[in-house]
Design a protein around this ligand. Structure first.
Ligand code: ADP
Ligand code: MG
Length: 279
């Protein structure tokens, strides 16, 4: 298997000064992410998702163990630009990610920092804005845009750096349903274009779109598999204080009423197909 990220026995502790005890946010995780894959990570608040994400692009460095991004050890100072360029990050709040007064300058900020030449930057900015359907907003001021549009600009800024992998940390959490839908289609498109996607989310309907779902609990991995493999473990998921996707819940309720819905139905599409055979 060709892995873009390899995590070996990663432990991460936050230290808040001499008096207080360190907080162990990641507890001995080993994990591999295949190049070109789409992985969703879910888990309740405080389970360590954001800490893991920040360890994947060198924003945080392992307390113990190691993280390799495209073969580069994140602990080695000389690798930091290669690591950041390989693995881009999109955060929850678009307001904290936008830095310029004009959309196109904002998108250019990342590639400028990487030392890309001006003509190439202009090409990348145009292409990235097209990718997120924001081409016509090039000259606008980001603060006049909606939350969803701002998040699309933040994504364009990452795309313009040509990362091989993008880690999205709850990118739709602050958006309305329409904005969420648009961001999810863009994520699907980027994945289709070959970018490795890691999506941290608390929306189960977003997680079912991935090839692989990882459930975190208290700094460890509770479940890891295809969406079908993971979401049929209804009891274990509920034990981690998480909901299961609506269609999994519906399947379970229908089975209680004597209707033999297969346990691997986790999407609306498959549920509709199943129900329609009974007409
Ligand atoms: P999640 O993203 O799943 O909500 P986090 O990775 O943000 O989880 O947090 C994991 C644990 O680390 C939590 O117990 C949280 O309180 C703690 N933590 C997160 N950030 C910090 C920080 N900057 N300083 C100290 N503890 C932190
Ligand atoms: Mg988080």
């Amino acid at each position: 298997m060709d892995n873009i990220i390899t995590i070996e026995n990663l432990t991460f502790e936050y230290t808040r000064g001499e008096e207080s005890d360190p907080v162990k946010a990641i507890d001995n995780i080993s994990l591999e992410i295949e190049r070109g894959s789409f992985t969703a990570i879910i888990g309740k608040n405080g389970s360590g998702k954001s800490t893991l994400a920040k360890n994947l692009n060198g924003l945080l460095l392992p307390t113990e163990g190691a993280v390799y991004v495209n073969g580069y050890d994140t602990r080695d100072d000389d690798n930091i630009w290669n690591v950041r360029q390989t693995a881009g990050m999109v955060f929850q709040n678009p307001d904290n990610q936008l830095v310029s007064a004009i959309v196109e300058d904002d998108v250019a900020f990342g590639p400028e920092n990487l030392g890309v030449d001006p003509a190439e930057i202009r090409r990348r900015v145009d292409k990235a804005l097209e990718d997120v359907n924001m081409g016509q907003y090039k000259k606008k001021a980001p603060h006049l845009l909606s939350g969803g549009q701002k998040q699309r600009i933040a994504i364009a800024g990452v795309v313009a750096m040509k990362p091989k992998c993008i880690i999205f940390d709850e990118p739709t959490a602050m958006l309305d349903p329409k904005g969420r839908g648009e961001i999810m289609s863009i994520i699907d498109e980027l994945h289709k274009e070959g970018i490795t996607v890691i999506l941290i989310t608390h929306f189960m309907d977003e997680a079912v779109r991935a090839d692989r779902v990882i459930i975190m609990n208290e700094g460890r991995i509770l479940l890891d598999g295809t969406p079908r493999q993971v979401f049929r473990q209804e009891e274990l998921i509920r034990s981690a204080n998480l909901d299961v996707p609506l269609m999994v819940e519906m399947g379970a309720k229908l089975r209680e009423r004597g209707i033999d819905v297969p346990a691997d139905i986790i999407t609306e599409e498959k549920m509709v197909e199943f129900i329609c055979q009974y007409e």
